[in-house]
Design a binder for this molecule. Structure first.
Ligand SMILES: Cc1cc2nc3c(=O)[nH]c(=O)nc-3n(C[C@H](O)[C@H](O)[C@H](O)COP(=O)(O)OP(=O)(O)OC[C@H]3O[C@@H](n4cnc5c(N)ncnc54)[C@H](O)[C@@H]3O)c2cc1C
Length: 340
């Protein structure tokens, strides 16, 4: 257990560019630390990534623990875990947050098991609050409420870990709001010297091939998404045409992805991407809770569905009861005519 109340964030970076979720977590960490009256510490691992420390301070970090070492140039589980585990054991943070990315999902359980802490995966909200254990007849103050959907998204569970610290959670990308950076913020950059055992370095990366993702759902102001109400891959082209005309991205429900209409990168929802565009058009999507979890904070939602009682209409600002095969061509035609 620890006396300090510091909130740590693991910073994921690629060639010195921070992952969006890391900046979102520094922003959220700032909020939590302000509630606790404590500090936000960022754990930054990499090689020649020191310049990023200032950005992290601008987003809300008070201190950046900078492990800058050639062995950390590319993410490898064991060296990264070594740095994080040694730091946690030595400094004992109160909370440790990590993005629920492939890297975070690989790293977080290793740290948690090494320091014998609990870990809640894929949180969608975090808050500070008290917890009274009826069994122990004791109230624990200022715990981290680790909030996430459970039982297939039908319940929202709040999970606390009163006994083992740090309280660890991974958080999905796009869920927390990123603060505006404050360029006047000052903080401390503390270099730390990693000490690797030979076994930490057993795995060497011989070559690496990367592919740029062409889908950027998170930053697109307009998303046109199609679901199982679209009857075929050919008809799904209407969804793509409308998205192109509006200068937006194509989204999809899991059912549309499963049907092979479009690749998994386009999936919106609990196990897809979380989005907050200015306009979200849901075409032939029922509005299952797992889909809504990824888009219900969109600024304006237009839903097209043949079923007037479809759950998506509960959150839609504009409701079109109709067949996508008829409505989408009409919208496309109207936009094309307007563009002439
Ligand atoms: C753990 C878990 C995670 C999940 N994660 C996700 C996720 O990330 N994203 C996600 O989307 N889902 C997710 N799901 C699946 C989710 O529960 C739903 O099954 C899925 O969202 C349904 O997709 P849909 O709305 O396209 O299909 P359906 O639920 O089949 O709905 C199709 C809709 O189209 C309407 N329709 C039919 N024909 C037409 C027509 N011609 N014109 C207009 N409307 C029509 C119907 O009235 C219906 O409302 C998850 C499920 C689980 C258990």
């Amino acid at each position: 257990m620890t006396d300090n109340r510091n909130v740590w964030i693991f910073i994921e970076q690629e060639e010195g560019q921070p992952a969006g979720v890391s900046l979102e977590l520094v922003s959220k960490g700032r909020e939590l630390a302000d509630t606790l009256g404590s500090e936000v510490w960022a754990v930054l691992c990499g090689y020649q990534v020191g310049e990023l420390a200032e950005t992290l301070i601008h987003y809300g970090a008070d201190r950046v623990l900078l492990a800058d070492d050639p062995e950390l140039e590319l993410y490898r589980t064991l060296p990264y875990a070594r740095v994080a585990i040694d730091l946690v054991k030595a400094r004992q943070p109160y909370i440790f947050l990590i993005g629920a990315t492939p890297v975070g999902r690989d790293l977080a359980p290793r740290i948690a098991s090494a320091v014998r802490a609990g870990l809640t995966a894929d949180c969608t909200d975090l808050q500070i609050g008290d917890y009274t254990s009826k069994q122990e007849k004791k109230t624990y103050q200022d715990l981290l409420y680790q909030i996430r959907p459970a039982f297939g998204g039908n319940l929202i569970a709040t999970i606390v870990n009163p006994h083992r610290h740090p309280q660890m959670a991974t958080v999905r990308e796009g869920v927390m709001r990123r603060r505006e950076p404050d360029l006047s913020r000052q903080g401390v950059v503390e270099p730390v010297e990693p000490v690797f055992a030979p076994s930490d370095l057993a795995l060497q990366v011989l070559s690496r091939q990367t592919r740029e993702s062409t889908v950027n759902l998170k930053d697109s102001p307009v998303i046109v998404a199609g679901g199982a109400g679209v009857s075929s891959k050919e008809e799904f082209q209407l969804v793509e045409d409308l998205a192109n005309l509006l200068g937006g991205e194509v989204g999809a429900s899991r059912a549309a992805v499963d049907a092979g209409y479009i690749s998994r990168e386009h999936q919106v929802g609990q196990t897809g991407t979380t989005v907050r565009p200015r306009l979200y058009i849901a075409a032939g999507i029922s509005g299952a809770v797992q889909h809504r979890a990824g888009m219900d904070e969109s600024n304006k939602i237009i839903a097209i569905n043949t079923d007037p009682n479809a759950p998506i209409f509960q959150i839609a600002h504009y409701k079109i009861v109709g067949d996508v095969a008829e409505v989408l061509p009409l919208l496309i035609k109207a936009l094309r005519e307007k563009a002439k």
